[in-house]
Design a protein around this ligand. Structure first.
Ligand code: IMP
Length: 185
């Protein structure tokens, strides 16, 4: 079975071209996994993935981690069918695990304005975990307005809309095995 790796793809009548290849993404995640394994030796961290977008990145990241670890998920409201953030965050699913005293690695697909991560950091802090660090595959640094600290970043990217590898446009494109960017941008 082949992975879904077209050169370009049309979603919602807009065309996207490859920006980060499958191999580039895997190599970077392998490095992040190795660093996390080293930093959390003996600590049994719990990865908390932010649904929906982070599930593919988190699945790959965890399989490059070579120490005991756990996983849980929470869900926030998304962009809807738009390419710009609504500027509001709403909880759609809470974490099930007891995270008091635990080492948390919060996992996002992309940090854009930083609103979601800022909100989640504040929210999880109240449960008194031992530590919270953030891993994001992508970071639109120029777009980030909220105060966020990112510890394990895959790639810094320009302030442009991207798609694939878990990231959607109006719920389409998550199954693409690499990252695509709007053509002409
Ligand atoms: P933030 O709260 O503005 O940092 O936005 C974070 C969320 O917005 C991410 O988890 C994504 O769901 C979504 N998002 C931001 N930029 C993009 C993009 O370029 N493509 C698809 N989704 C995006």
């Amino acid at each position: 079975m082949e992975r879904y790796l077209p050169e370009s793809v049309t979603v919602n009548q807009e065309t996207f071209r490859v920006y980060l290849t499958h191999d580039e993404i895997q190599e970077r995640i392998r490095m992040l996994g190795a660093k996390i394994s080293e930093d959390y030796e003996g600590k049994r961290p719990i990865f908390i993935g932010v649904l929906n977008g982070a599930y593919i990145f988190l699945a790959d990241l965890m399989r490059y981690v070579s120490i005991p670890c756990e996983v849980d998920f929470l869900k926030l409201s998304s962009y809807g069918a738009e390419k710009v953030s609504s500027g509001k965050v709403r909880d759609l699913k809470e974490v099930d695990a007891n995270i008091k005293g635990r080492h948390i690695i919060l996992v996002e697909d992309i940090v854009d304005t930083g609103l979601s991560i800022h909100y989640l950091y504040k929210k999880l802090e109240k449960f008194e975990p031992a530590s919270i660090r953030v891993s994001t595959l992508l970071h639109k640094k120029e777009a980030t307005r909220h105060d966020v600290q990112l510890h394990y970043t895959g790639f810094e990217i320009p302030n442009l809309f991207v798609l694939g590898y878990g990231l959607d446009y109006a719920q389409e494109g998550r199954n693409l095995a690499q990252i695509y960017i709007l053509e002409g941008s």
